[in-house]
Design a protein around this ligand. Structure first.
Ligand code: 4AD
Ligand code: MG
Length: 431
């Protein structure tokens, strides 16, 4: 075997003979030449087998290769400006690892249900690969941003005794003799962590037993939840817009090829730079009513409302100061207008919906206790959360970014099911 390489690194081996472990993505032949489209996960390269230049055995081996057969291919790397990758391999050896028969995902069109049933194989498709590469880059950029801005990564628990966002939509399980729920949000625990470490963020899975079958809802999704002590609502909005700018621009810089594979309009992403526009809930309601929507003040927005508002802007928009009655119990009321809270949802452009929900938190112990009563939340289970106000309470804010919705927006996908390797959607737990 010659020096082993991966397709991503062939530019370092021009003129050399290398061996690449790969799969046959596609194949075509022109009688005297066979063109093998090789993929190895890091990229794609064409292997050229010329009949006159190879042994009969090698020629026959090449001929026997089928879609998704696995091989070690050896050959000389050449620059080839006409190919998409810029390189080609002149094949001098093929070691067949496994000949695949009847690969189910052929180059023809397949329905979504069929593809979802074969998700474990569908991941090998160029677009699916591009999405996962971009997802990985988003995660990397998230960690880099918080690292550079003085945040500590903290892991909240997955099994919890109570809910964070409301009492519905929880996955229940037994915890020996007690009841437990899969976490909907790590926020309350992150508030405790912020009082210990100042600026913290979590990155982990969250679960919502929502019976909603939409393009934007997953049952299991990943959330990034920063929480900041001594930080008010306005400061939190500034962090949010810088954060999202950083993540989008990192992807634009590092994943151009993958964005092109997806056919994404990159100029729309290049335009995503802080500051982001803001609109109050009050003004959003007025705007929607003028547009002919039948929505009274006090009602929550649905996807069509969010899309109508987002269409006014070419950047994400903050909708601020929602009515307290439609938001979570922990949000701090506006000092002059207690019927609205110091919160914001960040709505992505181009109809991708809410990607961030956040707020300043109630820091007054008496008010928090009042809220517990209004929401019928048991003081027993939330005693520890009250303690955060009893012992050195401070103004603090935080937010949660939904990873999959962010991936959908950046990749330009019309459904979140393709943004995560193995989506958990309503009625789908396989594979
Ligand atoms: O707006 P949400 O419910 O906010 C919270 O959970 C807060 N505790 C966050 C915080 O302040 N620490 O959820 C935050 C984000 C949403 O904006 C959305 O992007 C995403 O999580 N999200 C979902 N993504 C996919 N599928 C679902 N079912 C989602 N529910 C929320
Ligand atoms: Mg929300």
């Amino acid at each position: 075997m010659a020096t082993k390489s991966v397709i991503r690194d062939v530019n370092q081996h021009v003129g050399e003979t290398v061996t690449i472990g790969s799969w046959i993505h596609n194949k075509r032949s022109s009688g005297k030449i066979q063109f093998l489209q090789l993929r190895d996960g890091t990229g794609y390269i064409q292997g050229v087998v010329v009949k006159n230049e190879v042994s009969e055995q090698l020629w026959e081996d090449a001929k026997s290769l089928t879609q998704e057969s696995s091989v070690y291919v050896t050959g000389v790397i050449r620059e080839e400006p006409r190919s998409q990758s810029g390189y080609e391999m002149t094949v001098t050896g093929i070691e067949i690892i496994h000949l695949t028969e009847n690969y189910p995902i052929t180059p023809k069109e397949h329905g979504v249900d069929f593809l979802m049933d074969h998700r474990h194989l569908w991941l090998r498709a160029p677009k699916q690969r591009a999405i996962l590469v971009i997802r990985g880059e988003i995660i990397r950029a998230v960690q880099e941003f918080f690292d550079q801005n003085g945040f500590t990564l903290v892991d909240p628990p997955i099994l919890t005794p109570t809910s964070a966002e409301g009492t519905t939509n929880l996955f229940h399980t037994k915890y020996f003799d007690e009841d437990a729920y899969l976490t909907q949000s790590g926020q309350l625990y992150m508030e405790a962590a912020a009082m210990a470490l100042g600026k913290v963020y979590s990155f982990g899975p969250t679960f919502r037993a929502e019976k909603s079958k939409t393009r934007r809802h997953l049952i299991e999704f990943w959330m990034i939840e920063p929480e900041m002590a001594f930080t008010d609502h306005e400061e939190s909005l500034q962090i949010q817009e810088q954060f999202v700018t950083y993540v989008v621009q990192s992807v634009v810089k590092k994943c151009r090829a993958e964005l092109e594979t997806l056919g994404r309009d990159i100029s729309k992403l290049e335009n995503i730079k802080a500051p982001f526009p803001r609109i109050t809930y009050d003004d959003a309601i007025k705007f929607l009513q003028e547009e002919g929507f039948d929505i009274p003040w006090g009602e929550d927005f649905g996807a069509p409302h969010e899309t109508a508002i987002a269409e006014k802007y070419d950047k994400p928009v903050f909708i601020t100061h929602y009515p307290a009655a439609i938001k979570a119990f922990y949000m701090k009321p506006h000092p002059d207008r207690p019927e609205v809270v110091l919160c914001a949802d960040m709505i992505a452009p181009e109809g991708y919906g809410e990607i961030i929900g956040g707020s300043q938190r109630i820091d007054d112990p008496a008010l928090l206790e009042e809220r517990f009563k209004e929401h019928n939340l048991s003081m027993d289970t939330y005693q520890w959360y009250m303690d955060l106000r009893t012992y050195g309470t401070v103004p603090h804010s935080g937010f949660g970014l939904g990873l999959e919705r962010t991936v959908a927006w950046i990749c330009g996908l019309d459904h979140v099911r393709e943004t995560i390797p193995f989506p958990r959607t309503l009625y789908r737990l396989y594979p």
